[in-house]
Design a protein around this ligand. Structure first.
Ligand SMILES: [Zn+2]
Length: 287
């Protein structure tokens, strides 16, 4: 179990670093993560730094895996924490120091840099049931209650709402939470923060891109805060359209990927787009 998680991190680190050394985004980022946050720091601890996005919204960045991000979203009656990072001690206490509202934990997807040890601070949490396949490997010791999300459900926070939109691709249960009134969403790793690890296939990615493209246009969504936010890399409508085009090309054969010799966790193929890379499984991915 430990071995699996460690090799998962090693793979992720390799892929993140190599993606940053290729393409236009790589040129901007060469030399490390070089975060470009505009948001003001409101809390700094040994495991996490919280910054303020707007009056009732905060992002916390962990220090273990490429600025793994958690988001605190506060309404008039309750608050939601999206994701729990890798290893953030006292996360619940920290967020309760930022908001006075009761906090519930919602998850973008079951991976160890999003459902790490701090999930244990919470008596229950919410995931997309499709990610139950990842629970035995990445969340098997969670002692609380696992609740399941419904596609399209509205999470009512009091004078503020989040809409649940399933965006599978990175994992089968990857989920995006949209705040339509504020014209942004929180997409976890669904679109990769510049480096998408596609553990499903390109048909799945194409469908999620297509759906989110329509959603963003209809509701005038400006951006999605990703699962590894470093200030300069929100997911945009352009990014979604570019990824959709790459998925389309992979499906109809007009774009060819490359074999990646490392091939950890079966992600032995890779294809680059405008400022991003998609790693995929050559056998399962191209369908
Ligand atoms: Zn992930």
């Amino acid at each position: 179990m430990k071995k699996v998680i460690l090799s998962f991190f090693a793979m992720l680190a390799t892929l993140v670093l190599s993606a940053q050394n290729s393409g236009t985004e790589g040129q901007r980022l060469r030399g490390g993560f070089q975060p470009g946050y505009q948001e003001e720091i409101i809390y700094e601890g040994p495991d996490v730094i919280f910054r303020q996005i707007d009056e009732h919204t905060w992002v916390g960045n962990g220090k273990v895996m490429a600025n793994e991000s958690v988001y605190l979203i506060e309404g008039a009656d309750k608050a939601v924490l999206i994701d729990a990072g890798t290893s953030i001690k006292n996360l619940k206490k920290i967020v309760e120091g930022i908001t006075s509202k009761p906090v519930s934990l919602y998850i973008t997807h079951v991976h160890p840099d999003h459902t790490g040890s701090a999930v244990n601070d919470f008596p229950e949490l919410w995931i997309n049931a499709a990610d139950v396949v990842n629970v035995p490997m990445f969340m098997k010791d969670y002692p609380g209650k696992i609740n399941y999300l419904t596609d399209g459900e509205i999470i009512e926070l009091g004078e503020r709402q989040l809409e649940v939109v399933f965006t599978p691709g990175h994992t089968p249960g990857s989920t995006t939470y949209f705040d339509k009134a504020n014209r942004y969403g929180f997409s976890g790793d669904a679109f990769g923060s510049g480096n998408l690890l596609l553990t499903t296939n390109f048909s799945t990615l194409w469908n999620s891109c297509s759906r989110v493209e329509r959603y963003m246009v209809k509701h005038e969504i400006e951006k999605m805060y990703p699962g590894h936010y470093r200030g300069s890399n929100p997911e945009t409508l352009q990014r979604i359209r570019d990824q959709k085009a790459v998925a389309e090309g992979m499906l109809d054969g007009t774009i060819k990927g490359e074999t990646n010799a490392n091939g950890m966790l079966g992600l032995n193929g890779s294809v680059s787009g405008n400022g991003f890379r998609i790693s995929y499984n050559e056998i399962m991915g191209v369908k």
